[in-house]
Design a protein around this ligand. Structure first.
Ligand code: SAJ
Length: 421
């Protein structure tokens, strides 16, 4: 059975671009989101998120009538679920566990409109077992339909996990070019999912089972987290031993089988700092390296803050006629990684806020990708590079934006967490 109408549930950073890609291939796409503002914005041919080139594709899809957004699901041949999987609330120091309530709500919402022959795909990054759980939730509501957990290849409704793997900022290109891991709950579920994704995916669609597909996504991001933790640990060791970590890594990387990543002020974003916990919370006894890597990366911003405190003490010792109030600290970069404007879950933001809270003098921030500071960042002034270079006594490099690579910093105490100065 072919897919005439495709529904995407959750129109965020993954759901909206995915919906737009299907629509750009002239499929009828119904996007579903509980956020009325997002739905209204999309129906006007506009977008509510920041992602290069997406606005044009959404505009064309809506104008040509292939994409519409609604708040309540309508019947379709395939449903892709791309809703958030945040953490459940937990005490500091506890292992955060995933919150599947958005997936459960999506299941409840689509269940009444499901029909025989439909395909349901979970795209949200999920702990192992979530796809089976989704299918169980659907079966609970629709006892008139059969599902793969009981009927395998003969089920009325097919269910699969196909994790998204695109890099924010390059979503449009990567959605088309990246290989996809397709984990069906039965071979038939995988086969039909491949057929669906081939509508726009030029990369290879590699088939496995649902649990392996779930673990594959978590493994990719955990692998990166562990490698960054290794680089961050090296940077702390090298600081103690008076060795330039950037030179060290460049030298070690000349070995044909060594490829160390870059240290920084910590790991940010909504994926790499989150997904490894989905493994650790499921298998806390076994996931030792993955757990430790999370702790190493999460503790790096605090280490940077301590370096800044020491720099303040050094400055005061060298300038006994001055007090902390006379010191200006400049924080270069607030985004969670270079050349984007996304400040969410950013270690640079965390460091800057901590400095602003504890420092009696001025804290200034330089972030070329924004024009206004977020409200929660208090006691901080947004300034341009030129005035920061003149005003600051302590220069803290936090994000290696291209604008910062072009300047040379000759004044004040320099703390360079990205090794670009
Ligand atoms: N970072 C370092 N050192 C490095 C590389 C990155 O400190 O050498 C830091 C960045 O500054 C940033 C964080 O890690 O704070 C994450 O940045 P990133 O570019 O590594 O990854 P994300 O979070 O933008 O996107 C990742 C990607 N996953 C992998 O590369 C394995 C992307 O392909 C996934 O689709 C995305 O997570 C996701 O949605 O899961």
């Amino acid at each position: 059975m072919s897919f005439e109408t495709i529904s995407v549930v959750g129109l965020g950073y993954i759901g909206l671009p995915t919906a737009a890609m299907f629509a750009s291939r002239k499929k009828k796409v119904i996007g579903v989101d509980v956020n009325q503002i997002a739905v209204d914005t999309i129906n006007q041919g506009k977008i509510h998120i920041v992602e290069p080139d997406l606005d044009m594709i959404v505009n064309a899809a809506v104008t040509e009538g292939y994409l519409k957004a609604v708040t309540r699901p309508e019947p379709a041949d395939a449903f892709l679920i791309a809703v958030p999987t945040p953490f459940l609330p937990c005490e500091e120091g506890d292992i955060p566990a995933p919150n599947l309530s958005y997936i459960q709500s999506a299941a409840k919402a689509i269940a009444p409109v499901l029909k025989k022959g439909d395909l349901v795909i979970l795209e949200s990054t999920s702990p192992v077992g979530a796809t089976e759980q989704l299918s169980a939730w659907l079966a609970e509501v629709r006892s008139d339909l059969s599902f793969p957990q009981t009927h395998g290849d003969n089920a009325d409704v097919n269910v699969a996990h196909c994790p998204e793997r695109v890099l924010p900022g390059q979503v449009v290109r990567e959605l088309v070019e990246n290989d996809r891991v397709i984990g069906g709950m039965s071979p038939r579920c995988s086969e039909r999912s491949v057929e669906l994704y081939k509508t726009f995916v030029l990369g290879e669609c590699v088939v496995t089972n649902a649990r392996t597909a779930e673990m594959a996504k978590l493994t990719e991001n955990s692998s990166r987290d562990v490698q960054i933790a290794f680089a961050n640990e090296l940077s702390i060791i090298c600081d103690k031993l008076d060795i330039n970590v950037w030179e060290l890594i460049a030298l070690a990387n000349r070995h044909p089988r060594v490829n160390i990543l870059q240290p920084g002020p910590g790991v940010g974003g909504h994926c790499i700092a989150v997904d490894p916990w989905f493994i650790v919370s499921k298998t806390p006894e076994e996931a030792k390296i993955i757990h430790t890597a999370r702790l190493v990366n999460d503790s790096k911003p605090e280490w940077v803050v301590n370096k800044i405190k020491l720099a303040v003490a050094d400055f005061l010792q060298a300038n006994p006629n001055k007090t902390a109030q006379d010191i200006t600290i400049a924080c270069y970069g607030l985004a969670f990684k270079p050349d984007i404007d996304d400040l969410r879950e950013s270690p640079a933001m965390g460091v800057t806020q901590k400095i602003a809270n504890m420092h009696a003098g001025r804290t200034i921030a330089i972030e070329p990708n924004i024009t206004k500071l977020p409200e929660k960042l208090t006691n901080v002034e947004l300034v341009d590079i030129k005035s920061a270079l003149v005003d600051a006594d302590i220069q803290v490099m936090l994000v290696d934006h291209k604008e910062f690579k072009e300047i040379s910093v000759n004044s004040g105490i320099v703390i360079d967490t990205k090794g670009i100065w």
